[in-house]
Design a protein around this ligand. Structure first.
Ligand code: HEM
Ligand code: HEM
Length: 403
């Protein structure tokens, strides 16, 4: 039994790689669809969804590595000639679909992996390579774009597989020739016929573009791309509504343990109204309005925005109103903002300790507070702390200039 290809046969290596790829891809597709469709309304449901996603990603990464090996092997090996070179249109179509398959075999798992590497938390890949990819930053915008590409090209891949399998079955059942047997058993068939046409990659690119456009025209495709375009880089948009300090730069983030891993979220859009005079002890105040619809929380952003957690549809704005008080003996840089945080309509007393340094007209503050999500009725059905931690660490860093 020969390992390598000839112009009449597929060798053992090419056939093994072909069927291994087919098994992995045909497992990854239903797992991806199933994982996406699973609910996540309780701790148990979320844990089960994460397990299926982990399996999907692990199989997907395996498919990617096998596909790379398969492509490398195809490059150095002769390709068996078509059995009916006289049927030009059919040979071209088969060729075009092969190219489309090869392209999708790279784009689909790679975009999935980039999506995964750009987000934090939820459903790890079970291979021991780590979850990150070099050159892929943790960024909601990158994750959103990669997710849209992944969604889109799974449709291109699925359409190519349907055409490919239909062709293989037509050869086996209508033409009753050895095309399928060549790939299944390594049987030799055909003559050292003409080489594959050189124009195929060009036609493949056109077909690929047409399939992509068709997938894009599906409502979910347009939606996915729209969301990707909307997801601006994690810019911190702050403005000062009133008060005597103007926030020029700032970041509001929060961290929570999820499925045993630390996940960091951002709230990039907020305004702060600060009235503060370091020389007086009373009358110093801050009022912060936070746009919760812009929050990000790694790969579980949608869940975090949902009714169980921030419930952004019903409560798009969170507010923190507090008095600014000096702590310690009143001579250091220790302060606290003591007031009320209203989140998803629930008002809870919150004290945020922070340090403040003022140099001329420039003030820098950094502070952290630990909240309990249950105080705000968040994730009430997630009673298991292992799945979604109860403590949420809120961090604020900002620089402001005196008006
Ligand atoms: C060739 C391999 C792969 C195939 C065929 C595949 C296929 C799919 C399919 C069919 C879906 C469901 C899309 C929908 O609901 O319409 C999906 C979703 C997803 N896949 Fe893959 N996938 C592959 C590899 C990967 C890899 C390697 C990763 C990550 C390491 C990954 C991560 C994801 C994620 C995170 C989703 C959910 C996307 C979202 O909800 O925005 N996939 N995949
Ligand atoms: C589901 C994932 C699949 C992928 C990604 C895939 C991919 C490919 C690719 C890229 C080739 C071209 C090989 C080359 O000449 O370099 C090929 C050949 C072939 N595949 Fe698949 N395949 C899949 C599934 C299947 C299935 C399910 C069947 C059978 C029903 C099949 C039957 C064949 C046959 C018969 C050939 C040889 C065609 C010829 O000699 O022109 N494939 N496949």
């Amino acid at each position: 039994m020969s390992l390598s290809n000839s112009r009449q046969r597929y060798g053992l290596v090419a056939r093994s790689l072909h069927w291994l790829t087919a098994i992995l891809i045909l497992s990854a597709i239903p797992l991806g669809l199933y994982a996406n469709s699973l609910p996540y309304d309780t701790s148990e449901a979320l844990a089960a969804k994460a397990r299926v996603f982990s399996l999907h990603k692990t199989i997907g990464v395996a498919a990617f590595l096998v596909a790379l090996a398969r492509i490398a092997w195809a490059v150095v090996q002769p390709r068996p000639a078509p059995l009916h070179p006289d049927r030009r249109a059919e040979s071209w179509l088969a060729e075009v679909v092969h190219w489309s398959l090869y392209l999708s075999l790279v784009v689909v798992p790679l975009s999935g992996w980039v999506h995964h590497a750009a987000t934090t938390g939820f459903a790890p890949i079970l291979w021991p390579f780590g979850d990150d990819l070099p050159f892929v930053p943790e960024s909601p915008a990158v994750a959103e774009a990669a997710g849209a590409v992944h969604w889109l090209f799974t449709k291109v891949l699925a359409a190519s597989i349907l055409l490919h399998v239909a062709g293989a079955l037509k050869h086996a059942m209508v033409d009753r020739d050895a095309t399928l047997a060549r790939m299944l058993t390594g049987r030799e068939a055909g003559a050292d016929g003409p080489r594959h046409g050189r124009g195929a990659p060009v036609i493949a690119a056109v077909t690929f573009a047409a399939l992509t456009a068709a997938a894009l025209s599906l409502p979910q495709g347009a939606d996915a791309i729209g969301r990707a375009l909307e997801a601006s880089p994690a810019a911190t948009e702050t403005a000062t509504a009133a008060g005597n300090w103007q926030v020029v730069e700032g970041a509001l983030s929060f961290g929570v343990r999820q499925m045993g891993a630390e996940v960091t979220g951002t709230l990039p859009e907020w305004t702060a109204d600060i009235t503060f005079d370091p020389d007086r002890d009373t009358g110093n105040r801050v009022a912060v309005s936070i746009d919760t619809t812009r929050l990000t929380l790694g790969s579980v952003t949608d869940q975090a925005k949902g009714g169980d957690f921030f419930d952004v549809a019903a409560h798009p704005i969170a507010r923190f109103e507090a008095d600014i008080l000096r702590t310690g003996d009143g001579t250091g840089d220790g302060y606290e903002a003591a007031g009320t945080l209203t989140l998803r309509g629930v008002a809870v007393p919150v004290v945020l300790p922070f340090t403040l340094t003022i140099e001329g007209d420039l003030a820098r503050m950094t502070g952290q507070a630990t909240l309990d999500r249950r105080d705000f009725g968040m994730g009430a059905s997630y009673t298991d702390e292992e799945t979604v931690g109860f403590s949420v660490i809120v961090s604020v860093d900002l620089t402001a200039t005196r008006r």
